[in-house]
Design a protein around this ligand. Structure first.
Ligand code: ADP
Length: 466
């Protein structure tokens, strides 16, 4: 009906006007006939003028608007039927457009969430990279530094500004590394990843680094960037060196008593000990060397147990005065044999400490017996103990052979023995390593001062019991 009205309203309007004209004629019937004629003519004129007016004022904009809406609806929803003049279709189209906008809105929100997740993951990756203790550098194919983590900045002493790539030669003070990275970017490497070891001479020392280089390419096999990972392995190398030295030392130290036992037992078997006295002498040497051997093995086991943390410590409040006095009493006979003046000055005001009596006893026994061992006859050994702040300070000083300055940093290493003093006394080189470990367990510290030919002083600081 509405469509019908839309389409034929001009005719309806014309009919209404003609009706009005007819009425006008009828009205004019009672009066002068020219009035009816004038009224009729006016109606016809009015009808004739209304058509273009209506056409230009209402119909044209209406059709224009409808065509636009139709085209718009078709453009948006090609499949939507949009007949001429069908505004319902357009409304339906608008409804679908609204739905599509809602869908797009939902999709946008989903995308926003995905972008946030990616941003979070990127942030996490960056945090991990930044906090890794190994240095990581990322350079582009033009050898500009794109990224350097915290460890790398500390290693090479620079601070990289974000979003400001700079040629790496300007930043990295290590020509050898720069050349390696450049070589990787220029594909001088046959493999996409390789690891090399480089020595770097610094002012005071030479450090060893393990450098891993990897090139990252795009799908067209063009180099995008080079990732360089640098690990400082100086300490690992040092530990490896110490391990092999330790094995060599163990073998060497075990060999000496074993050799003596073998030689003397063979002599006995060959009947080279002609009399009872010689036989006894040979057997005594074998017994002594066997004791030395078992002592060494015992020490070795003790040390490895201490290092592995499997020694049960019996920590208790203990009085160092009694402990030190009993150690001095044990050592005094060997000091007297060498005519060494062993003096003690133990303050009566030292407070108790928390520790394992047996293990702390071992510490001072070792220090005091070393002082006697490495001091020539007629020398002097002093043991003093006093309270110093929150610590008990114990000094063991001697007027012995002393330790060369270059050997001082190694004195607490397992099996380390000062070469010059090897002949002075027998030993295993494990005593001070054990001392150090026991003191570490007690949160205590030890330091040594020594001057060759004048003597040494070992100082222990043990925290007072709370
Ligand atoms: P050792 O069984 O050889 O005595 P230690 O571990 O107790 O082993 O000592 C390691 C080395 O330190 C000794 O071989 C010795 O050369 C040196 N040393 C230790 N104490 C003294 C000291 N008081 N005076 C001089 N040298 C010492």
């Amino acid at each position: 009906m509405r469509r019908f009205l839309n389409r034929y309203y001009l005719l309806i309007l014309g009919g209404v006007l003609l009706l009005l004209a007819g009425v006008g004629l009828n009205l004019g019937g009672g009066s002068a006939p020219w009035i009816s004629l004038v009224l009729f003519m006016a109606a016809v004129l009015l009808f004739a003028s209304t058509v273009p007016v209506l056409h230009f004022t209402l119909l044209r904009p209406y059709h224009h608007l409808r065509r636009q809406a139709d085209a718009f609806a078709r453009r948006c929803f090609g499949e939507v039927p949009c007949d001429q003049g069908d505004l319902e279709g357009f409304a339906e189209g608008l409804q679908q457009l609204g739905d599509a906008v809602d869908q797009a809105d939902l999709r946008t929100r989903e995308l926003e969430a995905t972008v946030k997740v990616y941003a979070l993951e990127k942030e996490q990756m960056e945090t991990i990279l930044w906090s890794l203790p190994i240095a990581i550098l990322v350079t582009d194919r033009f050898n500009e530094l794109l990224m350097a983590n915290d460890a790398a900045q500390r290693m090479f002493g620079f601070q990289r500004q974000e979003g400001n790539p700079r040629p790496m030669e300007e930043i990295l003070p290590w020509a050898e590394l720069v050349d390696l990275i450049k070589g990787t970017a220029e594909r001088k490497l046959k493999v996409p990843r390789r690891t090399v070891e480089l020595n770097r001479d610094l002012e005071e020392e030479t450090r060893i680094y393990r450098v891993t280089l990897a090139s990252i390419t795009d799908h067209a096999d063009e180099i995008l960037c080079v990732v360089t990972i640098i690990q400082d392995i100086t300490k690992d190398r040092e530990i490896e060196r110490m391990k092999s030295e330790f094995v060599a030392n163990v073998s060497h130290e075990l060999k000496a008593p074993l050799g003596a036992i073998k030689a003397y037992s063979e002599m006995l078997l060959d009947g080279e000990a002609k009399d009872e006295a010689s036989r006894l002498e040979f057997m005594e040497v074998i017994a002594q060397e066997t004791d030395r051997l078992s002592g060494m093995i015992e020490n070795l086991l003790d040390l490895s147990r201490l290092e592995a943390g499997v020694v049960q410590m019996n920590m208790q409040r203990l009085n160092l005065i009694n402990l030190l006095q009993s150690v001095v009493t044990t050592i005094r006979p060997s000091a007297e044999m060498k005519k060494i003046d062993l003096e003690t000055d133990i303050s009566q005001y030292i407070v108790p400490v928390t520790g394992d009596e047996e293990q702390l006893g071992r510490v001072f026994m070792n220090l005091l017996s070393n002082a006697v061992k490495y001091t020539p006859e007629g020398g002097k050994v002093d043991l003093t103990a006093r309270l110093e702040g929150d610590f008990i300070r114990v000094d063991v000083a001697d007027t012995g052979y002393g330790i060369p300055e270059e050997d001082l940093p190694r004195i607490f290493e397992k099996f380390f023995r000062v070469k010059k003093n090897r002949k002075v006394a027998k030993g295993t080189g494990m005593g001070l390593a054990m001392v150090k470990r026991i003191l570490e367990i007690h949160n205590a510290e030890i330091k040594v001062e020594s001057e060759p030919g004048k003597g040494s002083c070992f100082t222990v600081f043990i925290p007072a019991a709370k």
